[in-house]
Design a protein around this ligand. Structure first.
Ligand code: ISE
Length: 331
């Protein structure tokens, strides 16, 4: 039986998720698209074959034919819409972040635990990226030894126009925060932020140094106006080996006394497999009743750690991160 899906938000990510679902199916079909921009919602719905549109997210969530919801609306709307999905008992894949504050995340945790079943998945899609999953498998295999350091580079070609101060961390670096927690299976205990000089009105560059409770170091070099391309790298240095993500394009072009490989210009192309696999695993998890991907607790932890990174950037101090114990419901 095909699952009826509704998508809230037809910006860059919402429209892309709609196209991916329409292209790959996965035992689901698009029932409705919601956006305040009626013309854009109508165009996306027509393009992907959705049956109807709604002017806002709550109407889509209330739509009887919508059995599962994908939230890709602006960050500040996520918490309210996720809570509405929980109240309606509908599984939800929410683009990161789960919510803008830990207080809002806590309301979602409380609501999901009161419901007694996992319905929330947070859109940290790198957990489905073949390179990161291979790195995690190699680490878990034990041959490479214990992790020592994780080097991360996160460059955007052009910083998204909607970026405001702090979003360098809360919108971009959250991916490294989540993937580090997932890869290492450890919580992050300290954050230090180094802000290179910039004339940009909104900070577009930063070096974060995170430390896990066991002393693994994670450095994250962020630069969102790199211009040359969209470039995300990771190298996990372990006691007996190092594991690094390979260049995205497997072909190295050698010509005119130079060599190189093609790069993506933004995250949708660079992480195409991750977004597609995330969607397919989400749909399968709904059918099988087996949660997958980042939980609401992961969303809470990442929002809390990002807030500590923002505080560290403001203070210039190494900042301790105190997370409450993970609820047993999320173990
Ligand atoms: C965007 O939302 C993403 O998820 C990308 O992975 C990140 O590189 C970009 O900076 C974010 O705005």
């Amino acid at each position: 039986m095909s699952l009826g899906v509704g998508i809230i938000g037809t910006g860059v990510m919402g429209a892309d998720h709609a196209r991916t679902l329409a292209r790959t199916g996965g035992g689901a079909h698009l029932v409705a698209i919601a956006d305040a921009d009626a013309d854009r919602a109508g165009r996306v719905a027509a393009e992907v074959g959705a049956r109807r549109t709604h002017a806002e997210g709550h109407a889509l969530i209330a739509d009887a034919e919508v059995e599962a919801v994908l939230i890709a609306s602006p960050d500040h709307t996520h918490a309210d819409l996720v809570l509405a999905c929980l109240k309606a008992g509908k599984p939800v894949l929410c683009e990161k972040p789960l919510a803008s504050t830990t207080a809002e995340c806590q309301k979602i945790l409380d609501a999901e635990m009161a419901l007694g079943r996992r319905l929330v998945q947070v859109g940290f899609m790198r957990r489905f990226d073949p390179a990161y999953t291979a790195m995690k498998a190699a680490l878990q295999g034990g041959e490479v030894g214990a992790p020592v350091m994780l080097h991360c580079l996160h460059h955007n070609a052009i910083m998204p126009a909607f970026f405001e101060t702090e979003m360098l961390i809360t919108n971009a670096a959250v991916h490294e925060i989540d993937i580090a927690r997932w890869l290492l299976g450890q919580e992050i205990a300290y954050a230090t932020a180094f802000q290179p000089a910039t004339n940009a009105a909104v900070p577009d560059r930063m070096l974060l140094v995170l430390e896990t409770a066991s002393g693994v170091l994670i450095d994250v070099a962020l630069f969102l106006n790199a211009h040359y391309g969209y470039d995300v790298r990771a190298e996990l240095v372990c006691e007996r080996a190092s594991l690094a993500r390979a260049p995205r394009d497997p072909v190295v072009l050698r010509s005119a006394a130079s060599e190189g490989s093609a790069m993506a210009t933004d995250w949708r192309a660079h992480f195409e497999a991750a977004y597609r696999l995330q969607l397919q695993h989400w749909l399968r998890s709904i059918k099988e009743g087996q949660p997958t991907g980042a939980s609401a607790w992961d969303g809470y932890a990442t929002t809390a750690i990002a807030a500590a990174c923002v505080a560290a950037a403001k203070s210039g101090q190494r900042t301790r991160i105190e997370l409450p114990p993970r609820p047993a419901f999320y173990s």
